[in-house]
Design a protein around this ligand. Structure first.
Ligand code: GUN
Length: 291
């Protein structure tokens, strides 16, 4: 069994991005610039956005944080998005989700110019991904594809089971795995799927994105399977300073001895999600997706 080290791979990719940024600046151009809009003070969102800003600093990007209070009017948020859409000194931006209940999340996503949608959430980017056109791809699926490629994991002709059908992870993941570049045979499983144990046990590549800690047990995996654990549920812990720790969808100790490859939690998919946002921002700055 080989552990897929997302943390080390992310460090490697960040170094690659940093050297590209250095070359851009040496060529007399400005550094890539990412902005994040954060509404309210949700602990998880605060942490994620802080990491995104720290990541930008590490690779030499400029970053901007735009904050609104929890009770911000939807139109004020949309006006800000329209302003960022037209800011020529900004390459891409994200609106950290979830948003407060009074705000229509889909309306917000659709207000973002697809050319600056480095989260890849806009229907135009999702649609372009589906038909194989250049697009910004959601960070977690993009990060997983990069891990599979860098570890030289064969996907062609393999049975891939994706657990979960969210717009951000499961759905785009299933689309990417079925594309000609990956050539997997994909099944998307969800809460109404029958005989889930049997289905999981048939997978050569199992991608768990349910958000249910410890859901995938040893009896649900085929010997030699590749297991990608996307779960990052915060569970209370007395052993950490923060008072919580991250728990994956997979019972790691049960699956690891059976697998050919497995991603740990933490240190697997998470760091790759973070680095994919940087990769997308670099693509935006270089005009590689939309000319
Ligand atoms: N909330 C959880 N994950 C994400 C993400 O990838 N992007 C944004 N904008 N919000 C999130």
């Amino acid at each position: 069994m080989q552990i897929i080290d997302g943390k080390a791979t992310a460090v490697e990719i960040k170094a690659e991005i940093k050297s590209e940024v250095d070359a851009i600046i040496a060529g007399g151009e400005r550094a890539p610039h990412l902005a994040a809009i954060l509404v309210g003070h949700d602990g998880g969102s605060e942490t994620y956005v802080a990491y995104k800003i720290k990541d930008c600093e590490e690779v030499g990007f400029r970053s901007t944080l735009v904050r609104f209070e929890e009770d911000v009017d939807e139109q004020i948020l949309i006006d800000k998005i329209l302003e960022l859409n037209n800011d020529e000194l900004l390459d891409g931006f994200i609106v950290q989700l979830p948003l407060p209940e009074h705000i229509n999340e889909q309306k917000i996503i659709e207000a973002i110019d697809p050319k600056k949608d480095v989260d890849g959430f806009h229907p135009v980017n999702v649609g372009r991904t589906v038909i194989g056109l250049p697009s910004f791809v959601s960070a977690t699926p993009a990060g997983i594809i990069e891990l599979l490629k860098r570890y030289g994991i064969e996907t062609s002709g393999k049975n891939c089971v994706v657990l979960g059908r969210s717009n951000i992870v499961g759905r785009p993941m299933s689309i990417l795995m079925s594309q000609k570049s990956m050539n997997a045979t994909v099944t998307v499983a969800h809460s109404r799927t029958k005989d889930l144990e049997k289905l999981c046990a048939s997978a050569d590549i199992l991608i768990a994105a349910l958000g249910v800690p410890g859901f995938i047990k040893g009896n649900m995996v085929k010997e030699g399977a590749v297991v990608i654990d996307v779960g990052t549920t915060r569970v209370p812990s007395t052993e950490t300073k923060s008072g919580f720790r991250l728990k994956g969808d997979v019972v790691y100790d049960e699956l690891a001895p059976l697998c050919s490859y497995i991603t740990p939690v933490p240190g697997g998919v998470g760091p790759m999600t973070r680095v994919s946002l940087l990769s997308n921002t670099l693509l935006a700055a270089k005009g590689n997706i939309y000319n």
